[in-house]
Design a protein around this ligand. Structure first.
Ligand SMILES: C[S@@+](CC[C@H](N)C(=O)[O-])C[C@H]1O[C@@H](n2cnc3c(N)ncnc32)[C@H](O)[C@@H]1O
Length: 325
């Protein structure tokens, strides 16, 4: 066990490489108490990033507790080498493969799972990753750089209708039609291979300006979500987590835009309802019990956190607890 304190966890989380969003709130939500059996339990940080949440979880975990961390980004996996702790295991996998990853780690159930969705600051800040319209670089945008096609490859082959749908549905972009048309016209003159090219094409196609928002924001978000199949991975992970959580175990999810938050909200609400397909003459205790209990209201970052880290401004944390049902 390392002598890593909460102060260290906060310091690492605040390093300019990645500022962990809702650090205390999300780890508090897992309800790991040093004085309880829960501290000896098994936890999952399914989106390791640079390990801000993982470090605080380890700080609260008892000597026999375990933390399994996942990330689909090989750079995040490499960053985890900095954690030298026998209770900690890092796995290169998507959280949609959680059940298999835990099985291979010898775990049948867990006491808490944290998902901190989206991209990390190191991914956004490294021009070579191709996520940012602010930094010119190759148009890559893959979270898992070990597989899959890049954004440049996809934009080179996708039909105009496909691009329009992706930009409209995942970017909630009003000018999806104009953007798709402009991309297809541009690629006839030559391949679109850099973030700067894409940002310029989109900037020229979007006719109005949203306050404090680059016109390329929605398109970059859309292509990233599509390329990494982010909503599909989330939808696949949530039912697995429900099966893996032990009674009293907590699920905490931080999401950054309405599409993923909607999936989380609907999943939690459905699992927290004891739905009966038809009305049967049963007493209350005979009714099927809900499998999740919602914990508190959605949590948003404080004004101070948003001032210190503007990337936190769209974060929402939702928490639910596994019942015994
Ligand atoms: C917002 S960051 C997490 C930051 C982390 N909580 C910290 O404190 O450093 C999101 C991370 O989740 C990873 N990620 C996104 N989708 C994933 C998926 N389906 N499976 C595993 N990791 C994923 C990204 O690669 C990124 O490193």
């Amino acid at each position: 066990m390392t002598a890593f304190g909460a102060e260290d966890a906060r310091a690492v989380a605040a390093q300019d490489s990645h500022r962990t969003v809702l650090l205390e709130e999300a780890v508090d939500a897992l309800a790991i108490r040093a004085d309880s059996k829960r501290a000896e339990g098994a936890y999952v940080d399914a989106t390791f990033g640079r390990g801000g949440h993982s470090r605080l979880i380890l700080d609260r975990l008892g000597p026999r507790g375990r933390l399994i961390a996942l990330d689909r980004d090989p750079e995040a996996v490499a960053a985890a080498k900095g954690i030298n702790d026998a209770r900690f295991t890092m796995v290169h996998a998507s959280f949609s493969e959680l059940a298999g990853a835990l099985d291979r780690s010898g775990l049948k159930g867990v006491d808490g799972v944290l998902l901190d969705l989206g991209v990390s600051s190191p991914q956004l800040d490294d021009a070579a990753r191709g996520f940012s319209f602010r930094r010119d670089g190759p148009l890559d945008m893959r979270m898992d750089t070990s597989r899959g096609q890049t954004a440049a490859q996809w934009l080179d082959t996708a039909s105009e209708a496909e691009i329009r749908e992706v930009v409209r549905d995942y970017g909630e972009e009003r000018f999806a039609k104009q953007i798709a048309k402009a991309i297809v016209a541009a690629r006839q003159r030559g391949p679109v291979v850099t973030t700067g090219q894409l940002a310029d094409i989109v900037g020229a196609a979007v006719r109005t300006r949203e306050k404090n928002k680059d016109p390329a924001t929605r398109t970059f978000q859309a292509v990233r979500i599509y390329l990494n199949q982010e909503l599909a991975h989330l939808s696949l992970a949530l039912p697995q987590i429900l099966e893996l959580l032990t009674p009293g175990g907590r699920l905490a999810v931080i999401s950054f835009h309405s599409l993923e938050d909607r999936i989380v909200k609907q999943f939690m609400r459905t699992a927290a309802r004891a739905d009966m397909p038809i009305r049967l003459p049963l007493r209350e205790r005979e009714l099927p019990q809900p499998r999740l209990r919602l914990i508190g209201k959605p949590v948003r970052p404080s004004a101070d956190e948003i001032t210190a880290n503007p990337r936190a401004r769209s974060a929402t944390l939702r928490v639910a607890e596994r019942t015994g049902a």
